[in-house]
Design a protein around this ligand. Structure first.
Ligand code: SF4
Ligand code: SF4
Length: 186
C-alpha cells in the first residue's frame, strides 16, 4: 500500500503488458509492523474495514489477478511462468503473514550439517539475512532466524537440520533442550 496503486492504474490505462507482484505479509514490514488498510486495524489499533487487494486490482481494471502462498514454491513457479508468458497485464498477490507477527509462538533454531552440505549455495540465494557463508561453511544465525522453515524445504540434500526449540515465557524465549548440537554433527 505504499502508493503502488498509482502506477498500477497507469499501467491499466496505458494497456501495459507486465506482471506486477504484490507481497502481502499482513503488516508493514519495512517500517516496523504498523497496521495498514489491508490489516483491518487503524494505527491506533481500532477496528477498520479491510481493503481487499484482489477486488481493488479488479476494480481498477486488471483482468488477471492471482493469489499464491509464497511457501508453495511449485505453485509460485507455475503461476509466475504462466503470467510472465501472457501478453497482458497481470497481478500476482503473494499472501502470507509475516513470521514475526506472532511473537509468542515456539521457535525452532536450525543448523547446517557440514558433512551433508554440498555447497550448492541455493539457500544463500534466497537472501535470508540469517544465512551466510563463514570460513567456507554455510551457517545460520539464531538471532536473525525467524523460523519460517523455508531453507529446510529448499535444501535438496537435507543438510539443514532442526536444532533446538525455544518457548516464549515471561517476555523472553527459553531454550527447551536440543535435538541437534554442533558437537553432535562434528
Ligand atoms: S541449500 Fe543445503 S546443500 Fe546447498 S548450500 Fe545450503 S545447506 Fe548446503
Ligand atoms: S528458517 Fe527461514 S528465517 Fe530461518 S534461516 Fe531458514 S529461511 Fe532464514
Amino acid at each position: 500500500m505504499h502508493s503502488g496503486i498509482t502506477g498500477l492504474v497507469d499501467m491499466v490505462y496505458n494497456n501495459s503488458s507486465a506482471t506486477v507482484l504484490i507481497l502481502d505479509n499482513s503488516t508493514t514490514g519495512m517500517t516496523g509492523h504498523q497496521d495498514n488498510p489491508t490489516t483491518g486495524k487503524t494505527l491506533k489499533g481500532n477496528k477498520a474495514p479491510v481493503l481487499n487487494l484482489v477486488e481493488l486490482c479488479k476494480a481498477i481494471g486488471v483482468k488477471n489477478v492471482c493469489v499464491v502462498d509464497p511457501f508453495e514454491q511449485e505453485d509460485v513457479e507455475k503461476v509466475l511462468y504462466e503470467q510472465t508468458q501472457a501478453d497482458c497485464l497481470s497481478v500476482i498477490i503473494a499472501s502470507r503473514p509475516c513470521e514475526l507477527l506472532d511473537k509468542k509462538r515456539p521457535r525452532v533454531a536450525y543448523i547446517v550439517d557440514p558433512m551433508s552440505c554440498i555447497q550448492c549455495e541455493l539457500c544463500l540465494e534466497m537472501g535470508c539475512p540469517a544465512i551466510s557463508k563463514v570460513n567456507g561453511e554455510i551457517v545460520i544465525n539464531d538471532n536473525l532466524c525467524a523460523d519460517c522453515g523455508l531453507c529446510l524445504e529448499l535444501c535438496r540434500v537435507n543438510a539443514i537440520k532442526k536444532r533446538r526449540i525455544f518457548y516464549y515465557e515471561n517476555s523472553k524465549y527459553i531454550n527447551c533442550g536440543g535435538w541437534w548440537t554442533r558437537d553432535a554433527l562434528d
